[in-house]
Design a protein around this ligand. Structure first.
Ligand SMILES: [Zn+2]
Length: 362
């Protein structure tokens, strides 16, 4: 088969499209013919060099495809069935998995990060990681769901306890997670402020964001003009650096800031430690006394580490699939690049040109 593989860490030029031996399913595995694989910022971080990634490595975590073959112990899926492969990879057969404590799985890995991912034609995965795709979703839409929607759901509902009618501000609103957050907040009748470049504002409005804010200007001042002294109930911020400090000040009483990335530290196509360090130095330090006095909460999530909790993630993914089936959510696919143009796709999301999800397809 063909795969997008890296033999060294670096810029988009290290992505090789090359021949790789076909995987074979173990008795408890499902062999999936890949139809679409979403491209996440996580893939960019892996390409630049994440600890724990063994080379050579096939990237890609969110996979949608068709069952090509099932292992001899697998009775629940049939050849040709449309399936989604969850990014978290628990084995399903160790004593922990069999006891139902999958978060302690002996063979736990994260697809596209700790083990080879889905930027290829065929992938063999444990049965426990395979979910049927509802009829309402095509392959591209299904592949856009896992990382971004689970991240958004976990932050809004899990960490921040989002309630009906609250005010939510999303930085990086046109990203995959941003769009997912807007759609989820919309189902709860929230007032939504979304920060993105002006050219993406019509798109944000179409997704349900009532107050697009221009990322070129001072976002906090523009947000203040909308919410006044009441402040914002909840901020999702993947920009980081100075932006977290501004966001904290913008929070109203009992407001919550959720940090889920530090894109301000990612300047070039390779790791620039000096730039990253400067951004980190600009992050204000809070102590619990200050948080207590202000009645504010700061929390964070790391997509990669979140997926080491399949006990949390699997039910969330199942609820999200259900919401899709009912038409409450609409995954937005921006663009699908063929595997042969993987480098261009990486550059595209690095340059933040995307509106919604970017996919890689065979
Ligand atoms: Zn296991």
């Amino acid at each position: 088969m063909k795969a997008v593989r890296i033999h060294e860490f670096g810029g988009p030029e290290v992505l090789m499209y090359e021949d790789v031996t076909d995987p074979r399913p173990r008795p408890d595995q499902v062999l999936v013919r890949v139809k679409a694989c979403s491209l996440n910022h996580l893939d960019v971080w892996v390409r630049k060099g994440l600890p724990g990634v063994k080379l050579p490595h096939i990237l890609g975590s969110d996979v949608a495809g068709e069952v090509a073959e099932v292992g001899e112990y697998v009775g629940t899926f049939k050849t040709g069935q449309r399936v989604l492969v969850a990014p978290m990879h628990f084995c399903g057969h160790c004593e922990k998995c069999l006891a139902g404590v999958q978060n302690q799985c002996r063979e736990f890995t994260v697809l596209g990060n700790a083990v080879d991912g889905g930027n290829c034609d065929l992938i063999a995965v444990p049965l426990a990681n395979v979910i049927a795709i509802p009829d309402a979703l095509d392959f591209n839409q299904a592949a856009s769901v896992p990382l971004v929607f689970v991240t958004a759901w976990h932050m809004l509902v899990g960490l921040a306890g989002l309630r009906m009618g609250q005010t939510v501000l999303v930085l990086g609103a046109s990203s995959g997670v941003g769009i997912a957050a807007i759609q989820i907040a919309k189902t709860r009748g929230c007032q939504i402020l979304g920060v993105a470049s002006a050219s993406k504002h019509d798109f944000l409005r179409a997704q349900g964001c009532q107050h697009p804010i221009d990322s070129a200007g001072d976002y906090a001042a523009q947000a203040r003009a909308v919410v006044g002294d009441k402040g914002v109930d909840l901020i999702l911020d993947a920009v980081g650096g100075r932006s977290w400090t501004q966001g904290y000040d913008l929070l109203g009483p009992c407001g919550r800031l959720v940090a889920f990335g530090l894109s301000s530290a990612s300047a070039g196509n390779t790791r620039n430690l000096l730039h990253a360090l400067r951004q980190l130095m600009s992050v204000k330090k809070w102590n619990p006394m200050k948080l207590m006095d202000d009645n504010k909460t700061i929390s964070g999530t790391n997509v990669g580490h979140l997926f080491s909790r399949p006990d949390l993630v699997a039910p969330q993914l199942a609820s999200l699939m259900d919401m899709y089936g009912k038409g409450d959510l609409h995954p937005h696919v921006d663009r699908a690049f063929p595997f042969t143009e993987a480098a261009a796709a990486h550059q595209y999301i690095h340059d933040r040109k995307s509106r919604g999800k970017v996919l890689l397809v065979p």
